[in-house]
Design a protein around this ligand. Structure first.
Ligand code: SF4
Length: 330
C-alpha cells in the first residue's frame, strides 16, 4: 500500500456507521445500536483497486453506501481527492456524485424495468449535464453499449429482455456513461455464471487500463479479489482486522481470521494445493449489537489468550504497509 509516489483518490479515516435500534409505543427511545461499521480506515490509490473482503454481514456494503453518502456517516472522514465529503449537503455533493459511481450485485434490481436501456443509460448523462441534449446522449449511449459488448439496437429494449451478464453490462454502461473517476463494485459478479463473471471482470479491467478508473471492490470471492485487487482489507464485525498489499496478505496472512478465510481460497499450483490444510472456524459471526468483550474474534479464535478476552488489539503496522489487529502478531 505504498503511497509515496501514488496519488490517493479516496481516503477513509476512522469511519463509523451505527444504526439505532428504537423501542417504545408512543415515544420511541434508542435502546442500542447496530455497529455495522466501527472505525475503519483505508485508502484507494488512483488507477488501482482496493478490495474489502469478509463474511456476509461484516459491514462491507454499509462501507460502500456510506462512502457514496447514500448513508450519512456517524463519524469519521471520507476524503475524495482533497475534499472531505463526509458532511456535505445534497447540492454540494452533486459534483462528487458524478465522479463516484456504483455497480450493484443484482443488475435486475438496480435497473428500472419500466425504462428502456436507452433511457437508463442516457438519464444520468442528461442529469449531470455531461452532454448538451438528448440526441448527443443517445449517440454517446450507443457508443458506450458498443464498448461494453452490446449493440446500438439494444437501446430500445427493456432490462427483462437481456441475460444476467448483459444486464450487468448495461449497469456498467450506465455507471461509466458520466465519466466517473472512482467506481464501487459491490459484488458485481456474484449473481452471474462463472463464464460470464470472467467476461465482466475482464471488461472492468479493460476500463481501468484505458480510462484509469479507481475501484473499491467488495466481494467474498477470494479468488477474484486476488486476481483483481492491488491492496486488500479483511473485515470482521465492522472493523478491518488486516490490511496490506494483496499478494502479501494472501501469501502470508497474519491475523487468525484472515488465515482461516484465506485457507478456503484454492491455489492454482496443484503441488502447493495438495499440501494445504483448510482451517474450519467454529461458531458463527457474533451479533453486531452485542459484540464480544476484547477482541471480537476471540470466541472463534484457536489462539486466544487471557488478554484477548479483555482488550481489543491495536491496529498496528507490523511490516511496511501491512497492518494487523491481533495481540499475538508482534
Ligand atoms: Fe485471536 Fe487474540 Fe489475535 Fe484476537 S487478538 S485474533 S483472539 S489471538
Amino acid at each position: 500500500m505504498s503511497t509515496a509516489n501514488n496519488e490517493i483518490i479516496l481516503n477513509v479515516v476512522d469511519l463509523k456507521k451505527y444504526f439505532p435500534i428504537k423501542q417504545g409505543f408512543l415515544v420511541k427511545k434508542t435502546v442500542a445500536h447496530v455497529k455495522a461499521v466501527d472505525g475503519i480506515s483505508f485508502h484507494v490509490v488512483k488507477g488501482k483497486t482496493f478490495a474489502l473482503v469478509g463474511e456476509s454481514g461484516c459491514g462491507k456494503t454499509t462501507v460502500a453506501r456510506t462512502v457514496l453518502r447514500v448513508l450519512n456517516p456517524t463519524s469519521g472522514k471520507i476524503v475524495f481527492e482533497s475534499t472531505d465529503i463526509s458532511n456535505l449537503r445534497y447540492a454540494q455533493l452533486l459534483p462528487f456524485r458524478r465522479r463516484m459511481q456504483i455497480v450493484f450485485q443484482d443488475p435486475m434490481g438496480s435497473l428500472n424495468p419500466r425504462m428502456t436501456v436507452g433511457q437508463i443509460v442516457t438519464e444520468p448523462m442528461l442529469f449531470h449535464k455531461v452532454v448538451k441534449n438528448k440526441k448527443e446522449a443517445y449517440e454517446k449511449a450507443a457508443s458506450i453499449l458498443n464498448t461494453v459488448g452490446l449493440k446500438s439496437f439494444h437501446l430500445d429494449r427493456y432490462p427483462h429482455q437481456f441475460s444476467g451478464g448483459q444486464r450487468q453490462r448495461i449497469a456498467i454502461a450506465r455507471a461509466v456513461s458520466i465519466e466517473p473517476d472512482f467506481l464501487i463494485l459491490d459484488e458485481p459478479t456474484s449473481a452471474l455464471d462463472v463464464s460470464v463473471q470472467a467476461q465482466i471482470i475482464n471488461l472492468l479491467l479493460k476500463f481501468q487500463q484505458e480510462y484509469g478508473f479507481s475501484y473499491l471492490f467488495i466481494s467474498h470471492d477470494l479468488g477474484l479479489v486476488r486476481f483483481i485487487s492491488d491492496t486488500v482489507g479483511i473485515m470482521y464485525l465492522g472493523r478491518i482486522v488486516e490490511r496490506g498489499v494483496t499478494n502479501e496478505v494472501f501469501d502470508k496472512p497474519l491475523h487468525p481470521y484472515s488465515r482461516a478465510l484465506l485457507s478456503a481460497c484454492p491455489v492454482p499450483d496443484p503441488r502447493v494445493e495438495r499440501g494445504r490444510q483448510r482451517i474450519i472456524l467454529k461458531g458463527g459471526v457474533p451479533s453486531p449489537i452485542v459484540r464480544p468483550q476484547g477482541c471480537f474474534f476471540h470466541p472463534r479464535c484457536p489462539y486466544k489468550t487471557d488478554v484477548c478476552e479483555k482488550e481489543y488489539p491495536e491496529f498496528r503496522e507490523v511490516s511496511k504497509n501491512h497492518w494487523v489487529a491481533c495481540h499475538l502478531v508482534k
